[in-house]
Every structure is written in structure tokens, then in C-alpha cells.
Design a protein around this ligand. Sequence first.
Ligand SMILES: NC(=O)c1ccc[n+]([C@@H]2O[C@H](COP(=O)([O-])OP(=O)(O)OC[C@H]3O[C@@H](n4cnc5c(N)ncnc54)[C@H](OP(=O)(O)O)[C@@H]3O)[C@@H](O)[C@H]2O)c1
Length: 333
Amino acid sequence: MESSQFVLASRPIGMPSSDNFRIEKTMLNELQDNEVLLKSWYISVDPYMRGRMNNVKSYAASFEVDQPIRGGIVAKVTDSKSKLISTGDTVVGMLPWATYSIEKAENLRKVDTQKVPPGYYLGVLGMPGFTAYFGMMEIGKPEKGDTVVVSGAAGAVGIVAGQIAKMQGSKVIGIAGSDEKCRILKEKFGYDETINYKTSKSLRKEIGELCPQGVDVYFDNVGSEITDAVVANLDFHARIALCGQISQYNNTKPYTGPSILPMLLTRSVRLQGFLVSNYAVRFGEALSHLTQWVNDGKLKYTETIIQGFDKLPDAFLGLFSGNNLGKMLVKTE
Ligand SMILES: NC(=O)c1ccc[n+]([C@@H]2O[C@H](COP(=O)([O-])OP(=O)(O)OC[C@H]3O[C@@H](n4cnc5c(N)ncnc54)[C@H](OP(=O)(O)O)[C@@H]3O)[C@@H](O)[C@H]2O)c1
């Protein structure tokens, strides 16, 4: 059977472009025992995939040139030689960016798409949701009366992180890249205050005005100048959940901002970097809490869905110019 797939055509230097991807036809093998044939339905594009385009040893293996890009995908099972998964089931797994693929059933998880949109398993009920849950609950540990700042607040992780902090009784301030995103964060996602970092005259001053008692928890998705401005406003015994540094993923030279360690020392701040995979044995716990909150209407979510398999590179590149509100996904049909 014929399938279309995206391979890594070349490794980017700095900001990636569509030239770094190539679409090609491929023939699938015959289905073997314990395997299923999958039709990709919703395909996730995530910032961490930028790191996998480099040839650098990291926590996630590099993509190979001329080999398929892989990522989180919700797919429909169109044929099965497995006792675990049947034709007609919907599954989620780490799969090639392909219209059709074959995978061992043991590498897939069946999902129920009756109550929530299928893409949620790549967002609030998937890796980004788990990241927000563990980063906020285990590292940020916001309490009633605390002031919490989230950067990248209108993204797949940030929208969830802010709402979790709000559920703990904290005041939550979101930093995002447009007035529209800031408005929606307040109106739909319960953020108390927001700052558009692209139009702010002084981020440091604005954060200081919105957080007169200082920032108790900083959930950092972004890094660089935004983080410098938050760090300048930290309260004593603040916690920083260091989740992502998207502003630096395409840098060709290291960012050299002010030296923040003296501030962390004198304010007795605890900073912890983390990978969601650190908590892999507890994903079931996160899924059960997040599912409950979504079903109860306590946790709201949104997606930016780009239509068409061939739009995958554009959707991925759009993450670096803020084209998404909530989880960025490509729907194949
Ligand atoms: N530690 C972990 O295990 C883990 C897991 C998942 C994700 N992450 C990290 O968490 C962060 C958010 O991931 P996500 O999936 O939720 O992505 P996302 O926020 O849905 O998408 C990326 C967003 O980042 C913002 N952005 C892009 N370039 C920026 C820049 N130079 N400066 C400031 N903001 C910029 C854009 O929003 P604006 O319009 O606001 O600019 C864009 O919409 C990323 O850094 C990611 O690598 C970490």
C-alpha cells in the first residue's frame, strides 16, 4: 500500500524553513502478526522537535536526514492483526509523519473520542498537559494567595499551567505575544492579568506593577529577556519550573543576559529544570486528574487546527512565530 511521508531533507542552521522537509511516496510492507495499519488523523507539532532536527546528543534522539520525522499522532486503525487493537479503534502513539503507517499494537494506546475531541490526546490529555501538571504541581507548588507568572501562556502547555495554578487559589499572570491571546487568556482561561511581551515598553516594570508582593512561582516556557524580567521581580523563596526555552531554540549564538544567579541566591529561590519524561511512571495519575477536570468543566482547552497533511512543515514553523493559540495540530482530512 502507498503512503506519503515527510522526511528531514536537511538540518537547519538557525530558524528552520520548509526546505528542511521533503514529502515523498513510500510503499508499506504487508501487515504482520501483532501489527496494525494506521491512517493518521491528528498530527502534533511540538517545539521540542526543533532540537531533534539538530545532530546533537540530547534527551530525544536526533531525526536522521532522509528518514521520516516522528511525533505524536492520533490515528484510526484501518486493519489489524492484533488481539489488543481492532479495526475501527482510535489510537495515539509516536508515529512517522505519514498518511498511513504500520505499528506494533503494544506501542499504541486506545483512546475514547466520544467525550473529548481526538486532538486533546496530543494536548491537554497528552504530553503538554502532563508537562503543565507535573511542572506546576511538583515544582511550582502554587498555594492560595501566591502570585504565579506563566510565560508562553497561550500555548499548549501554558494554557493548562495557568489554570492549574488558578485551581490552587493563586493569582495568575500570563505573558503572551498578542493582544488577542491576552484577551482570550483572561476571558476564557481565567488568567487574572496578562502582558503582551511584544508591545510592553518595560516588561520588568509591568510585572512589578502587577505583582506588588513579588512573584512566588514562575513557570518558564520561553527564557531570555522575558525570564530576566520575571526573575527581577521574584519574591523570597520563589520557585521556578524551568519547562522550556523556545526563544533560544533557533539561536546560532548563546543568549547572554544578565547574571541571574546572585538574585536566585539572595532571594533563596529554587529553580528546577524538568522533562515531562521524568514523571513517566506517574502519567496515569496526571491523565486521570486532567480528564476529571476537563469533564467537570474546570479545565478549558483550545486548539489551532491546520487542515491538510501537506501543511505539516508550515504548522511546525508557525510555532516559532506564535501562529497558535493552544495546541497546534494538523488534521489530515
Ligand atoms: N520540559 C518538558 O518536558 C516540556 C514538554 C513540552 C513542552 N516543553 C516546552 O514548553 C514550551 C511550550 O511548549 P508548547 O508545546 O506549549 O508550545 P506552544 O506554546 O503551544 O507554542 C509555542 C509558542 O511559543 C511562543 N514563542 C515562540 N517563539 C517565541 C519567542 N522567541 N519568544 C517568546 N515566545 C515565543 C509563541 O507564542 P507567543 O505568541 O506568545 O509568542 C508560540 O505560540 C516550549 O519551550 C517547549 O519546548 C517542555
